[in-house]
Design a protein around this ligand. Structure first.
Ligand SMILES: NC(=O)c1ccc[n+]([C@@H]2O[C@H](COP(=O)([O-])OP(=O)(O)OC[C@H]3O[C@@H](n4cnc5c(N)ncnc54)[C@H](O)[C@@H]3O)[C@@H](O)[C@H]2O)c1
Length: 429
């Protein structure tokens, strides 16, 4: 059994433990830390953690010295550094949520601390472990596209997810959550650009975007400030984002809108849900007046040292959510929409003066692997294998191989703020 200290027992940590403990049956939680007693109760009920192994303060565990093989740190973005560092200093191997931290100094501090104590620090860049992106990486490594000339990706964050996470949700203010939208949502995609094109490194980046749509001026005429309180029925009837419709009548991601009650989602009654939306719950606010400060669309244009380029586009409020990718190389191209689970590989046939196309369907693999289109299970499986002594796989997101994506995000946000082209001086990973 791989013994685990769970630091921050919220949605992500418990998702990984579900795989490690219940599906793979390779992990055992020996201590759980969370300031919220409801989350500790959840750990006792779902992962058999004894009450005496549940702590509200991490120093109660740290004071015992190293008591487990590894830490899973799934605290929110702004707590990663303070919660991860002391455990790394004690030599724990660690699975740490993305985005690791929001600045270069802290990023290098994490990397160097892990290196000094000989800890492996694995970043939860789950996309690398999905059958879809794993297959694309295999095709590139097999030389299918030749030399990469350009990569184009997009992340279209659907209306529901945009609302519940980035406009009304806990990632809606950079100063509070510690992350820009690019870092919070698309550090995965920027990591993919670096990983897929890792025979070279990014040398410059520029970025454009802004917050132009989820602003008070774009609210429908006559809209109120809280949907269930002062917004007229005729306005709500045609609004995509009516809180009653989104969170009471239908609710896709129940872990988010009721978190402010302090209870686990399944324990929040309908009366409490409605009362919260009418009063203190930020998810009850008019989406256009919710007061967040993140961009609602942004693109990032990257130049690599070998002259290849990449373009990533991110939008909130998309009708059909999803990610797409198109890679053009000198000998072939790869195209796909992640959520379709279909990868198209094309090459050129001079005898027909036209392309030939092969299709690779990874849906069966996805179906076996659940959340995040197979990414969560793939990450935990890979992490367990490494804990058992396996060599890194082609997906492994060791910090030493995942740092450039974070640095590229910081530089892209700087370029956006300063309307500039930002140079980078990165090393090959
Ligand atoms: N890999 C992915 O695809 C993915 C997806 C979603 C979120 N995330 C990231 O995962 C992280 C966690 O997100 P979440 O939605 O699970 O958050 P969450 O709010 O559900 O869980 C965080 C938990 O940490 C606890 N906590 C706060 N301070 C703590 C401390 N000092 N010590 C111990 N516990 C503490 C909170 O009480 C909470 O229960 C974030 O960084 C987020 O950006 C990653």
């Amino acid at each position: 059994m791989i013994t685990v200290v769970a630091v921050g027992c919220g949605d992500r940590t418990t998702t990984y433990l579900e795989v490690g403990v219940h599906v793979l049956k390779k992990m055992k939680v020996v201590a759980a830390i969370d300031p919220n007693p409801e989350r500790l109760r959840y750990m006792q009920e779902h992962f058999d953690v004894p009450a005496e192994a549940c702590f509200r303060d991490m120093y109660e565990v740290l004071s015992q010295g190293r008591i487990a093989d590894c830490v899973i740190d799934g605290t929110m973005d702004q707590y990663h550094l303070e919660t991860a560092l002391p455990f790394l200093e004690q030599g724990y191997d660690m699975l740490l949520e993305k985005p690791l931290v929001n600045n270069e100094k802290d990023l290098f501090l994490l990397r160097d601390t892990a290196a000094k104590s000989g800890s492996t620090l694995t970043v939860c860049h789950v996309l690398r472990y999905t059958p879809f992106y794993h297959k694309i990486k295999e095709l590139i490594l097999a030389g299918a596209v030749g030399e990469i000339m350009n990569i184009e990706t997009s992340e279209r964050v659907g209306a529901f997810h945009s609302s519940v996470s980035y406009i009304r949700g806990k990632w809606n203010r950079e100063a509070e959550c510690g992350s820009s939208l690019l870092l919070a949502k698309c550090c995965h995609d920027i990591d993919l650009l670096c990983w897929l094109n890792n025979t070279t490194v990014p040398v410059s980046v520029t970025s454009q975007g802004g917050r132009n749509y989820f602003i008070p001026e774009k609210a429908p005429a006559g809209a109120g400030t809280r949907c269930l309180v002062d917004c007229p029925a005729e306005v709500r009837a045609t609004c995509f984002y009516d809180a009653q419709n989104m969170y009471i009548d239908h609710c896709m991601l129940p872990q988010y809108p009721w978190q402010c009650t302090g209870k686990n989602p399944e324990d929040v009654t309908m009366e409490e849900r409605i009362a919260s939306l009418k009063t203190y719950n930020p998810h009850g606010l008019c989406i256009y007046k919710a007061g967040g400060d993140l961009v609602d669309h942004q693109n990032v244009a990257v130049t690599f040292a070998n002259g290849s380029t990449a373009l990533h586009t991110m939008t909130l409020g998309a009708m059909r959510p999803g990610r797409n990718i198109w890679i053009q190389g000198t000998r072939g191209e790869i195209e796909g929409f992640f959520e379709d689970g279909i990868i198209k590989y094309r090459t050129y046939d001079p005898s027909r003066t036209w392309f030939t196309e092969e299709t690779c369907d990874v849906n069966a693999e996805i179906a076996q692997n659940g959340n995040h289109l197979g990414g969560d299970a793939g990450l935990v499986r890979d992490f367990c294998a490494r804990m058992e002594g396996a060599a890194p796989s082609i997906s492994t997101t060791d910090i030493s191989d995942s740092i450039n994506g974070h640095l590229l995000c910081y530089a892209a946000d700087k370029a956006l703020r300063e309307h500039s082209i930002v140079p980078l001086h990165l090393e090959k990973q």
